[in-house]
Ligand binder design. Sequence first.
Ligand code: PBG
Length: 332
Amino acid sequence: MLAQFPSKRHRRMRTTENLRDLVAETSLQPKDLILPLFVTNDQSSSEVKGACGIARYSQHDIIKIIDKAVTRGIKSVMLFPVIDNDKKDINGSLAFDENGLIPQTLKKIKSEKFPITTCVDIALDPYTSNGHDGIIRDTDNGPQIDNDKTLEALGQMSLVLATAGADAVCPSDMMDGRVAYIRHILEQNWFDSTLIISYAAKFASCFYGPFRQVVGAQPLTALKDKKTYQMDPRNGNEALSEILLDQQEGADVIIVKPGLPYLDIISNASSKVNSPIWAYHVSGEYAMIKAAAAQGYIDEKDAFIETAIAFKRAGARGIITYAAIELAEWCV
Ligand code: PBG
């Protein structure tokens, strides 16, 4: 029989901060945080309008920010490119350029010998003129994403980035079969140690808005949204099925994205799969906290900490967050 009041008083363990720390079920450490970074070819870094302080970093400044992240105990960064609009095309050709922005940045980071794991996003949207993650083909039913042709592009992109020194490739495109395809290409080319960190359950979400502003992938054309490849927010069982499949296909880490509205997916997946699960607290979620704090509605620091703790409590082992540097300072 469960203990009852007054022998059981839950408040007894909340008496002092020391005691609360002693019995806390969850903790947050700098190593749990993954910092997403946007890199540009421009000479100077810039803040992006409508992105609540998310910045585009020049090649020079990206080294400085990684140095800061390392100093605070962060162990991983996730790189995204900002490509000039006039260099984008329907096939996202610059995604396979061996001397492109991300390969150059990776080489620079490697030459600094930072103790940092470099993750790179694998999807075509920062490179395509229509802002989509895949290659579009015209059919009798109008424009459609060609899944299998896109796989070839993603495989080639993964190989280029692994060759340039990426420690982990992170497919975020939601094409069917991409993890197996990329794993096969990596194995064939002796990249057996390159991790695949898969955005296994990625939902068609309105919360990616600021991200798309930053990489200039807005407005979408040809297809007005990403609902034929990203998941329907109404589906939880399907998310688990996507996650199990990616694990079988060779993914090392599983990402659930966005974060807070999908805590149930994280919780369910963490009880059913053995791979580490990362939550992506995406740009729109970040912007909501920033904007509310700027209005004086909530305290920014408390909101970021409570959010990060929620991910850990739900079972996430890593959190991809634009507030990683601040959080790393707050949680030690
Ligand atoms: C690229 C990609 C997106 C995000 C991460 N990788 C945008 C999208 O799918 O439209 C969004 C991340 C964020 O909003 O912070 N496929």
